[in-house]
Design a protein around this ligand. Structure first.
Ligand SMILES: NC(=O)c1ccc[n+]([C@@H]2O[C@H](COP(=O)([O-])OP(=O)(O)OC[C@H]3O[C@@H](n4cnc5c(N)ncnc54)[C@H](OP(=O)(O)O)[C@@H]3O)[C@@H](O)[C@H]2O)c1
Length: 285
């Protein structure tokens, strides 16, 4: 099976491409300057030349705070460009794998968000991602629309790197403790997406690690595993204002993923440990 991957230099794509390749997929992953998804004719001609059986869209405008001032640019990539991908998938009669986010929800629900819950984004990034979702739902029958959360991986700037960087300069660090979510290792997400593709069961999916936590508790485990003695101070989101408001509840209910794959996603602790080990940051026991 031939797969065309967009956004090939991104954090998720960097793990998904080798996972798909290892499973025998023939992967075409042009760099952004050869496959700018905002250009319909470019998407069409690249797709026509490599004749994929599936498109996997890892391209996105993911700078959540910058999106507040650059909503149009974010909309072009996260919204309108998804329409381009859908049109080309329609023309070639092939499925699209598309990624979305917990930021489409407002985070006011007490329980985990299910695939049936109504989106209500708090900020620009979430609004633009929601438009992308709508194009997938409006235009395609064959798609995997995968929402995920709090990603970390080897090939992108993430919360773990930020914490370890700050720890080099400070012994005391304040971390938000009123946002709940599931940190998700890109490698485990990539494996689950590949498993899902193998099933042929199209639909909307929530794929995150299990065991919800807060940024504060996540930071605590990062420092514990890295063997760093850091004083952590829990703060509220109000005490730590950012240009974009984040949902307080980012926990996504995994239904129907476990039923479809026949397994649960692992805890974020497994991915964190492996990630630190691969980065050479895991403290020796
Ligand atoms: N990161 C998270 O915590 C998180 C959480 C939930 C959901 N997601 C979703 O997961 C998906 C993958 O995220 P990620 O963290 O891997 O993103 P990422 O690291 O920012 O990668 C996205 C890639 O897309 C590229 N890109 C931007 N505009 C493009 C265009 N017009 N055409 C082609 N490529 C373009 C980016 O290039 P530049 O870097 O040059 O802009 C970047 O290489 C996204 O849909 C994101 O919304 C991410």
């Amino acid at each position: 099976m031939r797969v065309l991957v967009t956004g090939s230099a991104g954090m998720l794509a960097s793990d998904l491409i080798p996972v798909l390749t290892k499973r025998g997929y023939e992967v075409f992953a042009p760099p952004e300057d050869m496959l700018d998804i905002t250009l319909l004719e470019t998407v069409r001609s690249v797709a026509q030349s490599c004749e994929p059986d599936m498109v996997v869209n890892c391209a996105a405008f993911t700078r959540v705070d910058e999106a507040e001032n650059e909503e149009y640019q974010a909309l072009m990539v996260n919204g309108f460009a998804v329409q381009n991908l859908c049109l080309v998938c329609q023309e070639l009669e092939i499925p699209l794998v598309h990624f979305s986010t917990d930021y489409i929800f407002d985070g006011t629900k007490d329980e985990p968000y299910t695939i049936y819950d109504q989106p209500n984004p708090l900020g620009a990034y979430g609004r633009t991602k929601l438009l992308g979702e709508k194009y997938v739902l409006w235009l395609l029958n064959k798609f995997y629309l995968v929402r995920t959360t709090w990603m970390f991986g080897t090939y992108g700037k993430n919360f773990i790197d930020t914490m370890l960087e700050i720890a080099q300069k400070q012994q005391k660090i304040s971390v938000v403790n009123d946002q709940r979510g599931c940190p998700t290792w890109t490698r485990q997400l990539a494996e689950a997406v590949a498993d899902l593709i193998d099933t042929g069961r199209y639909g909307v999916y929530h794929i995150t690690s299990s065991e919800p936590t807060t940024w504060f508790n996540f930071a605590g485990e990062i420092f514990r595993l890295a063997g760093l003695d850091i004083e952590l101070v829990p703060v509220t989101s109000d005490q730590f204002p950012t240009p974009a408001r984040r949902p307080l509840n980012s926990v996504l209910d995994p239904f129907p993923l476990p039923q479809v794959l026949g397994r649960e996603m692992p805890s974020w602790r497994v991915g964190l440990k492996e990630h630190l080990k691969q980065a050479g940051k895991l403290a020796a026991k």
